[in-house]
Write a protein that binds this ligand. Structure first.
Ligand SMILES: *Cc1c(COP(=O)(O)O)cnc(C)c1O
Length: 373
């Protein structure tokens, strides 16, 4: 089989080729069952075994403590923007740190259910830097504090989770980690709830992962739909309603792929994190040296996953942007167009992107500059 193109989509995004091949091989008959996973009862022995392995592997990969429940839900990150306040706010106060487009959306949606305060806002710096936690205006009696740990559009990432206790707050921290979950470890001692849509770094769209500390279950507002009440979902092992079975199956294969992944003498999550660091360094290094292109994010909060880049000053014209994207596609470098709200280019280099893909992009950046710079 000829090599597939390198896919830089922000999401739904590339999956490991080995996983796609395994899915193809098992499509018509999963493990001699005579059924595709899509055709199985979610309550049958076969699917339960798929589900239990996926949950155990995920817990193992991220070292999720026993006092956290893992929920396999539907609705994506945007639905969680409503589901989380309905479950955690009790109609009270919610502090949101706005660091880009996604946390801004989270704040807007939470306003429908809670008294929302923007604890800090990076808009003044055009979301090229993260407001330092010491500057956050946190309310003592907030039900929780929301942050987005990787802003997929703006390309800023928290390299360390804030220690709310050290900031004088006892509120649980809620993190939207949609676009970098499983790219690095999570410091669970600083987290009350983490959520993320699967389609960026884990598997097919339709699956949403929620990790919730047990003491936060059971406080849903009366208006919360039963299917979105974390306690109902947790009590039913994510099978209160039919879960996204096929997406869970594919995600489970990705978890197995990650556990076996090795790189630079490491295995599992440590290995994928190291490769993510190396890929990001390679691309930022090339952009920083370029006369034609630039990334505008401050060095200490540059995302390892989503790297927006733009033509510099006098080169910045739509014609050159379009030429870059057309040339990229011709070389098998797909979906590099920037988000419509910010323009330019964006390379999303999630777990499934091999180092060779970033090397090919860097080579193209240099060739393009030699031709047009
Ligand atoms: C993509 C994304 C979302 C929205 O996810 P949907 O699944 O489309 O609802 C929310 N937050 C972040 C950080 C994202 O990257």
């Amino acid at each position: 089989m000829s090599q597939r193109p390198f896919n830089f989509s922000a999401g739904p995004a590339a999956l490991p080729e080995e996983v796609l091949q395994q899915v193809a091989g098992e499509m018509l008959d999963w493990h001699g069952s005579g059924m595709s996973v899509m055709e199985m009862s979610h309550r049958g022995r076969e699917f339960i075994s798929i589900y239990e392995a996926a949950e155990a592997d995920l817990r193992d990969l991220l070292q999720v403590p026993q006092n956290f429940r893992i929920l396999f839900m539907q609705g994506g990150g945007l639905a969680e923007n409503a589901i989380v306040p309905m479950n955690l706010s009790r109609g009270g106060k919610v502090d949101v740190v706005v660091t880009g487009s996604w946390s801004k959306k989270s704040a807007q949606e939470a306003r429908r259910y809670a008294d929302v305060q923007i604890a800090a806002d990076g808009a003044g710096q055009r979301y090229t830097t993260l407001p330092p936690p010491s500057s956050w205006q946190l309310r003592r009696d907030a039900a929780y504090v929301h942050i987005c740990t990787n802003e997929t559009i703006d390309g800023v990432e928290f390299n360390e989770l804030p220690d709310l206790k050290a900031l004088g707050s006892d509120a649980p921290l809620v993190i939207d980690c949609s676009s970098h979950q499983l790219s690095r470890p999570i410091n669970w001692s600083r987290v009350g709830l983490a959520f993320g849509g699967a389609q960026k770094n884990i598997g097919p769209a339709g699956l949403t992962l929620v990790f919730v500390r047990e003491d936060l279950l059971g406080h849903a507002m009366a208006i919360c739909p039963s299917a979105f009440d974390f306690k109902t979902v947790a009590d039913a092992q994510s099978m209160y309603n039919t879960p996204p079975t096929f997406a869970i199956y594919v995600a489970g294969l990705v978890f197995k792929w990650l556990k076996a992944f090795s790189y630079a003498g490491k295995t599992g999550l440590a290995a994928i994190e190291q490769r993510n660091i190396d890929k990001a360094q390679l691309l930022y290094g090339a952009l920083d040296q370029s006369r034609l292109f630039e990334n505008r994010v401050a060095a200490d909060c540059r995302s390892r996953m989503n790297i927006p880049f733009y033509l510099r000053g006098s080169y910045d014209e739509p014609r050159l942007n379009d030429a870059f994207l057309a040339g990229a596609k011709a070389r098998g470098l797909l979906q590099l167009k920037g988000h419509k709200s910010v323009g330019g280019m964006r390379a999303s280099i999630y777990n499934a992107m091999p180092l060779e893909g970033v090397q090919a992009l860097v080579t193209y950046l240099k060739d393009f500059e030699a031709q047009h710079g």
